[in-house]
Design a protein around this ligand. Structure first.
Ligand code: 0ST
Length: 440
């Protein structure tokens, strides 16, 4: 390439290290890369706004980096994380993504309340906080679903909440990107270490071998999160097995769901007979073991009244038959949201925020993150609840339904994304692996 042109673009290119202070401010480490809390350097930084800088794992514009950038640049909604800028560091071939900084997330918020409860400490919760959280989660998911984007990995760690500032107390749906690791068709299973993955937010049809992700699968996960906000306990908590299998069927997880919900009656879920793992289900389970189990009983134990509007909505979200499960659109119109107190934009309602700020991680924590003893319950919170962080694994999920991703041809899109990132087409090289590389 023209040397002078290269020099000129090099001088003009915005560099993350010139624009942001982030040294020593690592707040997250996982299979997806590193996340830093950053502030704009000098210049006009009077508002003190904070940013999250994600340095993507690996180098170059990998398939997953490309996907994340291509997807996020199309999306704009107050309750969905927004990508502000992409930096390409030509010296080390690193890709950086700039986001607004969210100080809190539901994983930490729920953990805070759980330990307060265990220590019998009284913490005041704003009276409509759970309602506001649920409404904003539904609003964000409704936007994604309306645009045919399925989340596929909703859980408390992926629900961020903004701290002090202009957007105080606002939900931002994010995705740390762990689920996408499962989609690495080129990696043989034998290469991978056994790993702990949570199935607590997985819909029953997924555990019975459903072939595609659907909107209803996201709705089930929202029901699980809602129940957890009401009780501070993961509703479908289950012993975690080491998994090194592509089998979607998880006996213990299904057993836990039936223990809370009861075994589905034929009339409740007619098509259960058509599920790929229905044979295994009838072989392994006896309806008679669950005759006294139902959601009313479970929630009553946790002091949630079965005649309340919140209970009725929970039941509509946690409906076993995916075709009968409520949609995000209908859920937002539920009587629960019309009843006082109404949901508010600031889930903290202007009250003091009792939750601690994110801790900074040291390189030491980095090593631990890889071995499973990360700080504060998860530099990598992929598994959600005081569990070791994610390791390399491939559990075959259902295929990505064609319309999960708004663009069918990822190769074409990959090129488009690179062009959008102002690479000249002569810079694009294709490689035999799933990673596209470009000369920096
Ligand atoms: O949230 C992040 N990425 C993200 C968000 C989403 C949706 C739109 C579904 C909510 N998808 N993805 C995504 C897509 C993630 C990975 C891949 C490969 C594709 N990233 C945000 C990361 N956080 C880090 C902590 O600070 C705030 C931003």
């Amino acid at each position: 390439m023209d040397f002078e042109y290269k020099q000129k673009t090099n001088a003009e290119r915005a560099k993350v290290e010139d624009l942001f202070d982030y040294e020593g401010c690592k707040v997250g480490r996982g299979t997806y890369g590193h996340v830093y809390k950053g502030k704009r350097k000098n210049r006009l930084n009077t508002d003190g706004r904070e940013y999250a800088l994600k340095q993507i794992e690996g180098t170059g514009i990998s398939m997953s980096a490309c996907r994340e950038i291509a997807l996020l640049r199309e999306l704009k909604h107050p309750n969905v994380i927004s990508l502000q800028k992409v930096f390409l560091s030509h010296t080390d071939r690193k890709v950086w993504l700039l986001f607004d900084y969210a100080e809190h997330d539901l994983w930490h918020i729920i953990k805070f309340h759980r330990s307060a409860k265990a220590n019998k400490k009284q913490i005041d919760v704003p009276k409509n906080m759970v309602k506001s959280l649920l409404f904003q989660i539904l609003d964000g998911i409704h936007y994604l679903h309306a645009n045919w984007v399925l989340h596929r990995d909703l859980k408390p760690a992926n629900i961020l909440v903004m701290g002090e500032g202009e957007e105080r107390g606002r939900v931002k749906i994010a995705d740390m990107g762990f689920a996408r690791l499962f989609n690495s068709p080129l990696k043989p299973l034998a290469d991978l270490d056994p790993v702990v993955v949570t199935f607590w937010y997985r819909a029953p049809e997924l555990l019975l071998g459903a072939r595609h992700y659907t909107k209803a699968i996201d709705i089930w996960a929202i029901g699980c999160i809602f129940a957890e906000l009401l009780t501070y306990e993961p509703i479908f908590h289950c012993r975690q097995e080491d998994i090194k299998t592509s089998n979607p069927y998880h006996h213990d997880q299904l057993d836990r769901i039936f223990n809370v919900m009861g075994f589905p009656q034929d009339k409740d879920w007619e098509d259960i007979r058509k599920m790929p793992e229905h044979g295994t289900l009838t072989k392994d389970f006896k309806r008679s073991n669950y005759v006294n189990c139902n959601l009313v009983k479970y929630m009553e134990k946790h002091k949630v009244k079965p005649d309340s509007k919140q209970f009725h909505l929970l039941q509509k979200l946690l409906t076993m038959d995916p075709t009968k499960r409520i949609t995000s659109e209908l859920a937002m119109k539920d009587p629960y949201f019309l009843e006082d107190p109404l949901p508010s934009q600031d889930v903290f309602e202007g009250k003091n925020i009792p939750y601690p700020k994110r801790e900074f991680l040291t390189d030491d924590d980095d090593d631990k993150a890889d071995t499973g003893a990360s700080k504060a319950g998860g530099a990598d919170q992929s598994s959600g609840h005081n569990q070791p962080p994610a390791k390399r694994v491939r559990v075959m999920p259902p295929s990505t339904a064609q319309n999960w991703y708004p663009y069918k041809n990822q190769h074409i899109h990959n090129v488009q994304a690179q062009q959008a990132l102002q690479f000249s087409s002569s810079n694009i090289q294709t490689s035999t692996s799933s990673t596209y590389t470009s000369r920096f």
